[in-house]
Design a protein around this ligand. Sequence first.
Ligand SMILES: Nc1ncnc2c1ncn2[C@@H]1O[C@H](COP(=O)(O)OP(=O)(O)O)[C@@H](O)[C@H]1O
Ligand SMILES: [Mg+2]
Length: 262
Amino acid sequence: MAKTVKKADRAIMIALQIDNVDVRFGGLQVLTMCRLSIEAGEKRAIIGPNGAGKTTLFNVISGIIMPSAGKVLSFDQDITRSPAHVRAMHGLARTFQITNLFNNLSVLENIILGLQALTSTKYIFYRTTSSFTELIDNAVSLLRTWGLEDKKDRPVRSLSHGEQRQLEIILALASRPKILLLDEPTQGLSTAETALVVPMVRSLDPSTTVLFIEHDMDVAFQMADKITVLYYGSVLAEGTEDEIRGNPNVAEVYLGLEGDNA
Ligand SMILES: Nc1ncnc2c1ncn2[C@@H]1O[C@H](COP(=O)(O)OP(=O)(O)O)[C@@H](O)[C@H]1O
Ligand SMILES: [Mg+2]
């Protein structure tokens, strides 16, 4: 049974708790006493200047790097030392800041590979024809749900950056994650391409907890319920749009950084 807290007579489950996490790379302290608590179903943006430690925080949550101190809990389970694949099995999925697709394969082939990696038939290629047909059907259905079915036979390299970002999110969704981490899903996208990704994040299942890193504060506000501002590896501020916009410390950090605040 996951930990719950009472809030306005409502029992709230904590999907993710980051408890005083420190990360050091040699002499460089990248996260310092970092604390974060994300409710189940919440859509939370992590913003902050370049080098603030946002991607490092995602690496700690997904098990790519171990913190030097502190704890990571998911639904009250201590996962601080759990390997990345164990976290994935427990419902954590993520995308990366740098795209992670097979560019010369088709959209459908990328999805099939992603789905196949999730099934027990992983190393047994196409055990039966019907199981392969089922795999294709599932892949096509995922693409249809997210409006990319008509691009299924196109090589990934021919898609726009926005469509490639969409495809990465679709791949992360294939495992039906409880917690989804998106590292800068709109990075490098034009305004028109960003307009493809924003509604997609907004229309994710309300029960899915989503944590995303976003360099554009306005875009972050469009997609998030709450925002956490990371600054030099610690949480500088946290709150709703009004609270963040009205916070003098945040204004100071962002003043003069506009356009260079990724
Ligand atoms: N594996 C690593 N080894 C050494 N330094 C790292 C490593 N990963 C990140 N850093 C450093 O940690 C700081 C924070 O990086 P990062 O988490 O990528 O920031 P952000 O995503 O907020 O831009 C940067 O100074 C970066 O150079
Ligand atoms: Mg980053």
